[in-house]
Write a protein that binds this ligand. Structure first.
Ligand SMILES: *Cc1c(COP(=O)(O)O)cnc(C)c1O
Length: 419
């Protein structure tokens, strides 16, 4: 099981045997020909994969338990890092729901993954593929989370990580790279320049490329969020699932996971996807509003660095996912993102980085635009931990007052702030 039958080009539909191509469809230039991994779902069904069988596998075995739907052959599934990455919980946040005027709101907190972001899902599957292919080195370029995640999983599994990161990435993220012992290169240029340099280096030195846009197996890791979600929401699904969008692999992966689980009867239908972009980096939602497929590149400008992508590399998959689910795109401003960060943390006890809570801001906006109704139940995926960008949190929350070390000062302050 876990048998990959073919790789299908998202742009032209050409199909390849798994060992025929390594990354993208050779019929296109650059990044047009993203490949989608297909499995023998019939064989998985014949072998008994479904709610009953999965219910008997321990949830702690968070990757291997989905082996029929992941790109590592069954007999090699031992190679998945097993304790390093685990299932994340879904948490009800009723006070936040009330605040947003919703019937119910819950969050799946992927900020609890080992390096603090959703990207650990992709890195864990990518590193396993790299090891099976006999590679000792992996590389990526990233605004931060993909890189820190790769650094973490490489440290854990004994691979060397070569990482190209734009010089202006937040300090906490660069600190993570360094502490995991990755070979980091701070590129004096844009995200795009770091990206192409990484591509060239991967080719020149034979490193396994973690970039989701070119490596079809990485999205399979992101898919595990959708697989877990389907299993967790089961017969009580929300009306909407919201998630922030940069390159577009995350929303595409969640959609694919939900779709495969629907095929096996875990859920009856796929909730609508609310895809949320930052106003200053919204090329995919702009295309969605125009009902177009063509993306116009932008100079990205948003505090939510993890979704500050002006030239998205998985736009087509993201558009397909949102359209296929009957969902919608919305855009949110940085001010709305900051407000959402404070609301989710102070009313729900869940602390997300700006890109991790942009979806909460998106729900508020979708409410005001009449896309999401007050009677709806919504689930938001928190894709990154708030400690990733402490500076943003300081700006989002009210500044605490300074006082002298005297009880009278405390009393005076309490009187001042009494309701
Ligand atoms: C990468 C990332 C996203 C967006 O994922 P894409 O695949 O680029 O759309 C959202 N939130 C966080 C925290 C991320 O690191």
């Amino acid at each position: 099981m876990g048998t990959v039958t073919e790789l299908v080009c998202v742009a032209c539909g050409s199909a390849y045997a798994p060992d025929e191509v390594a990354y993208t469809c050779p019929k296109h230039d650059g990044l047009e020909g993203i490949l989608d991994v297909r499995y023998d779902l019939g064989a998985a069904a014949a072998s008994g994969f479904g709610p009953g069988a999965l219910g008997e596998r321990p949830v702690t075995d968070s990757l291997r338990r989905y082996r029929e739907l992941l790109p590592v052959p069954d007999e090699q599934a031992e190679a998945y890092p097993q304790d390093w990455i685990g299932r994340t919980p879904i948490i009800d946040v009723p006070e936040v729901a009330k605040h947003l005027g919703l019937r119910a709101l819950s969050v799946k907190d992927d900020g609890r993954l080992p390096t603090g972001s959703f990207k650990d899902r992709a890195s864990a599957v990518g590193a396993t593929r790299a090891r099976l292919e006999g590679r000792a080195e992996m590389t990526c370029s990233s605004t931060g989370n993909a890189a820190s995640s790769l650094a973490g999983v490489c440290a854990h599994t004994g691979l060397t990580a070569y990482i190209f990161v734009p010089e202006h990435a937040p300090e906490a993220k660069v600190a993570q790279l360094a502490i995991f012992g990755a070979r980091v290169m701070l590129v004096q240029g844009t995200y795009d320049e770091a990206y192409y340099l990484c591509q060239d280096a991967a080719e020149a030195f034979g490193w396994y490329n973690r970039n989701c846009a070119v490596n079809p197996y990485l999205v399979e890791g992101k898919k595990t969020c959708g697989l877990e979600l389907a299993e967790q929401i089961g017969d009580d699904p929300p009306d909407w699932i919201s998630v922030s969008v940069g390159d577009g692999c995350t929303v595409a992966g969640i959609y694919k996971g939900l779709g495969e689980m629907a095929h096996f009867g875990f859920i009856e239908s796929i909730p609508r996807l609310l895809a949320v972009q930052a106003r200053g980096a919204n090329p995919i939602s702009t295309a969605w509003r125009a009902d177009a497929d063509d993306i116009t590149a932008q100079d990205a400008a948003t505090m939510a660095d993890s979704i500050a992508v002006g030239r998205p590399r998985n736009a087509q998959k993201a558009l397909n996912a949102v359209r296929g689910s009957g969902g919608a795109f919305v855009d949110v401003t940085d001010a709305e993102i900051m407000k959402a960060a404070y609301e989710l943390a102070s009313l729900g006890g869940v602390f997300g980085e700006p890109a991790g809570v942009a979806g909460i801001a998106g729900i508020a906006r979708a409410r005001s635009e009449g896309i999401v109704a007050g009677g709806d139940r919504v689930l938001h995926v928190v894709t990154g931990n708030g400690l990733k960008d402490a500076g943003a949190a300081r700006r989002a929350a009210p500044a605490p007052p300074a006082i002298a070390p005297r009880l009278d000062d405390v009393r005076a302050l309490l009187d001042q702030t009494a309701p």
